[in-house]
Design a protein. Structure first.
Length: 110
């Protein structure tokens, strides 16, 4: 457990890198599950019977679950991208505010 004197440094570039990885995972996952769905749909016309009905039901469950997972990948990516911007912007804002608050009278010799 971190104490009050502990400091955790967040690197906005690393956070953005993870965000981009989640975005790539989202895209790849969406393409792969879309391909599975297309292949399964193409089989519906040639496959009939009880097992085909059961297969279609399972595919519908898979489609629902994959949509939820894809949303999570996208959400994580967007949240991390926002966090990266927040840390970067907040860090720059704090430094600027501190710098503006520093005394300048008599600092520079002429």
């Amino acid at each position: 457990m971190a104490g009050k004197s502990d400091y955790i440094k967040f690197d906005p570039e690393k956070i953005m890198e993870v965000s981009m990885n989640f975005d790539r995972l989202h895209n790849r996952f969406t393409v792969c599950t879309g391909n599975i769905k297309k292949k399964a749909e193409s089989m519906r016309s040639i496959w009939q019977g009880d097992s085909a009905v059961l297969y279609a039901e399972k595919l519908k469950e898979l489609d629902t679950q994959s949509a939820e997972i894809a949303k999570k990948f996208l959400s994580y990516s967007q949240d991390l991208a926002k966090a990266s911007g927040i840390y970067k912007d907040d860090g720059e804002t704090v430094v600027k505010r501190i710098a503006e608050g520093l005394p300048t009278d008599g600092v520079f010799l002429s």
